[in-house]
Ligand binder design. Structure first.
Ligand code: IMP
Length: 430
């Protein structure tokens, strides 16, 4: 049993891509199991930047096999762009390195258009979606209308499903949102070309293959997208994404049992960011917030939007630990905190005049939460070359140990910069 889940413990953008990339070199398989091209992993390897939205970050390691499993919504146009870019960079030379589940949900341009049209119309109630069509694609899956990846290889099924889908989608686009309808013939022609490009990566039974790999004691990394607080059921609803982003989703999205999971690694930035709307108790609307955004380069990898920034919230982190069953933590981007006079973290909330350590279960309550902070002394100077705990200034070491003891979980990884080698391994992963 060597399944490990890597999960974001905040509102996404915690730095999962780098952790998955580093852990991938030790993994036989890396599996994406939910979300779609709303995710964006920026990887810096040998100074070269690669942004991946759908292909698991493990693709950078030629010996690691990557699987896009059933729970993912697959924007095939984006996927092709990504595959071409990887190939142009000398990666993905062997098609058997990438497997796409026949039962993943296909996302097409009408999903994107509907997503964007709805968001435009929402005026003051915008979710802040990435506009990548994620919500409409998952709606199709839930209403049993989705085109599955395997359907692409069966022209009759594809045409029938597309006709049915467009019947409804074009009505909405044309009459409700005053947009141009989608022409089925030209879309079918495009899909025919895309299908041939994707044929080499088709896999008819990823759930079985993952089982077999687990039975053979292969090391499998399940790569979460987005973050805990964007979970459809347990996040800050309605300001969430349309998939389950918590660890249980790794089992649902791939078709394996929870007893196959050995470790759940929570990725936590040393401060907090959020893109899109919704409550954010520790948000900073001041110079420190601007400093975090600037030094941390907090702009979305998918949309380029400026991320909202604030202090680390341990009430939210403890919630993430609880609902994901997080066993180990990776603390990211602590280098961004260098040169701050004092560093704060939220250790409890005050809601209606009462102090609580429990993350509220409703967004209304969360909106009322006032953070109660603890403050520690900061450090000066560059820590991005630290290779071991003892290379960090005493103040940074004590911050790390304070966070670990407040949340009761070991911090196994500390990241001090974007590069692979800018990582302190307190304990090995596997
Ligand atoms: P959607 O997933 O595009 O529908 O967006 C819903 C909400 O989730 C918005 O607030 C987005 O900004 C946020 N979101 C979606 N994907 C990501 C991600 O990968 N990182 C951070 N936020 C995300």
């Amino acid at each position: 049993m060597s399944g490990i889940i890597v999960i974001g413990s905040q509102w996404g953008d915690e730095g999962k891509g780098k952790v998955v990339d580093v852990f991938s070199s030790q993994s036989d398989y890396v599996v994406r199991y939910q979300g779609g091209s709303n995710a964006g992993h920026t990887l810096i390897v040998d100074g070269k930047k690669t942004v991946l939205h759908l292909v698991p970050s493990g693709i950078l390691h030629p010996k690691t096999k990557c699987i896009i499993s059933t729970g993912v919504v697959l924007d095939i146009e984006t996927l092709i762009v990504e595959i071409k870019a990887l190939k142009a960079n000398g990666l993905l030379q062997d098609p058997s390195q990438l497997m796409i589940s026949d039962t993943a949900t296909v996302l097409l341009k009408y999903h994107r258009e509907l997503d964007q049209a709805r968001e435009e119309e929402a005026r003051n109630e915008k979710i802040g979606t990435t506009g990548k069509g994620i919500g409409p694609a998952y709606e199709d899956r839930a209403s049993r209308k989705a085109i599955l990846f395997g359907d692409l290889f069966n022209p009759e099924t594809l045409k029938a499903k597309l006709e049915k889908s467009l019947d409804e989608k074009n009505f909405l686009l044309e009459h409700k949102y005053k947009k141009s309808p989608i022409n089925i013939d030209s879309l079918l022609k495009d899909i025919e070309v895309w299908t041939e490009e994707l044929r080499p990566y088709r896999n008819k039974n990823t759930s079985y293959d993952i089982h077999q790999a687990l039975k053979a004691d292969k090391k499998i990394l399940f790569e979460g997208a987005q973050g805990t607080l964007l979970d459809l059921l347990h996040g800050t609803y309605p300001y969430v994404t349309s998939s389950s982003t918590i660890s249980g989703s790794a089992c649902i999205g791939t078709g394996i049992g929870p007893n196959q999971i050995q470790k759940i690694v929570g990725i936590t930035k040393a401060y907090t960011t959020r893109v899109g709307s919704g409550p954010f108790p520790t948000e900073l609307d001041d110079e420190v917030g601007q400093h975090l955004g600037k030094v941390g380069n907090e702009f979305g990898a998918t949309t380029g939007r400026k991320r909202r920034c604030g202090w680390l919230d341990l009430v939210a982190l403890k919630y993430a630990i609880r609902i994901n069953g997080i066993t180990n933590l990776a603390l990211m981007k602590i280098d961004v905190l260098s040169d701050l006079e004092n560093i704060k973290f939220c250790s409890s909330y005050e809601i209606d005049g009462v102090e609580t350590h429990v993350y509220p279960s409703t967004p209304g309550e969360l909106a009322k939460a006032k953070p109660i902070y603890k403050s520690v002394k900061g450090w000066k100077g560059d820590i991005s070359k630290a290779k071991a705990l003892q290379d960090l200034p005493a103040e940074a070491r004590s911050l790390v140990s304070l966070i670990g003891s407040e949340v009761g979980i070991p911090i196994d990884v500390i990241s001090v910069g974007p590069g692979r080698d800018q990582t302190i391994w307190v304990k090995p992963l596997f």
